[in-house]
Design a protein around this ligand. Structure first.
Ligand SMILES: C[S@@+](CC[C@H](N)C(=O)[O-])C[C@H]1O[C@@H](n2cnc3c(N)ncnc32)[C@H](O)[C@@H]1O
Length: 283
């Protein structure tokens, strides 16, 4: 047995020792999750006695965090656009920056009733496709990925969000496994875009726990943009849109890549931090 206040103190110290920045917040989330108490009780019920079974479970989760496993993988889920997505070690954890792609799409289409056909390439958890299907109730979509394990998580998310009837999933190396006549109104993608040269500078949460195939794309992080720009035209309907995430320093380089592939109508959208984050490309 231990009091809540001594457990808090010990947990925060353990997390700080391995340089976890948000030690106090992570300790709160791990402890309140196991004890099923709200943040107010966590703040004021310092004398609460914690039984040994709960202490063991809390330490199990703290040990995972000490190994620098991201909180999303410890809890197995992450919120994106106010929807809940299952996350595993085989999927990229959805990032708030990627919500810029959803904002861009809503602004460009500006018609919630639109009967769209959407392709999400490199779907991961399915967060982009499934969020768009939740915003456009008449839309249907296809999520593709090179990872079977990611696709099975995306399918589970579609089921949990009651979107399975409007979402298909298929293994594909970008568009290579699609039939030429498969055409879409919107092709959305958040491809891997980190340069291998940056690998050592990444946090252990990303470098050691998220899948390499979701992160890295050649030395400068641009290889997959080149492949996508080469392949995507065949699958775009005449008035179709490509909506693609970019690293915050990459917008000009990625624009050049798409211009070289014959696309000239390109708009850049910024994320909440006012950094270039998304290109919307028309034919
Ligand atoms: C940056 S993650 C994005 C995941 C998800 N769309 C999101 O925004 O959170 C990139 C995804 O692309 C997939 N991927 C990598 N190379 C691919 C390829 N050649 N063809 C299709 N998907 C690929 C990865 O498996 C990963 O799920």
């Amino acid at each position: 047995m231990k009091t809540l206040s001594s457990l808090k103190l010990e947990t925060v110290c353990q997390l700080k020792e391995v340089q976890i920045e948000e030690a106090a917040l992570d300790a709160q989330l791990l402890i309140t999750h196991v004890l099923e108490i709200n943040p107010v009780d966590y703040a004021i019920e310092g004398d609460l006695l914690i039984d040994d079974k709960s202490l063991t479970e809390i330490q199990r989760l703290v040990d995972l965090r000490l190994s620098r496993m991201p909180m999303s993988q410890i809890f197995g889920d992450k919120e994106f656009w106010s929807l809940n997505f299952k996350v595993t070690k085989d999927t990229l954890t959805p990032r708030p920056d990627s919500e810029t792609l959803i904002e861009a799409c809503l602004k460009e289409i500006n018609n919630p009733k639109a009967k769209l056909r959407i392709l999400d390439m490199g779907t991961g958890t399915g967060c982009l496709l499934l969020t768009l299907l939740s915003e456009f109730p008449n839309a249907k979509g296809l999520g593709t990925d090179i990872s079977e394990k990611a696709l099975s998580v995306a399918k589970e998310n579609a089921k949990n969000l009651s979107l399975l009837k409007r979402a298909d999933f298929q293994i594909s190396n970008w568009t290579k496994n699609l039939a030429d006549q498969d055409k879409f109104d919107i092709i959305i993608s958040n491809p891997p875009y980190i340069g291998l040269v940056e690998k050592e500078s990444l946090s252990p949460e990303v470098r050691d726990h998220e899948p390499d195939t979701a992160l890295f794309s050649g030395p400068e992080g641009l290889n997959d943009y080149r492949l996508i720009a080469d392949q995507v035209f065949t699958h775009l309907k005449p008035d179709g849109l490509i909506i693609i995430e970019v690293g915050h320093t990459q917008a000009d380089n990625v624009k050049e890549i798409f211009i070289s592939s014959g696309f000239n109508n390109i708009t850049v959208y910024k994320d909440l931090g006012h950094r270039n984050r998304c290109l919307v490309i028309r034919q």
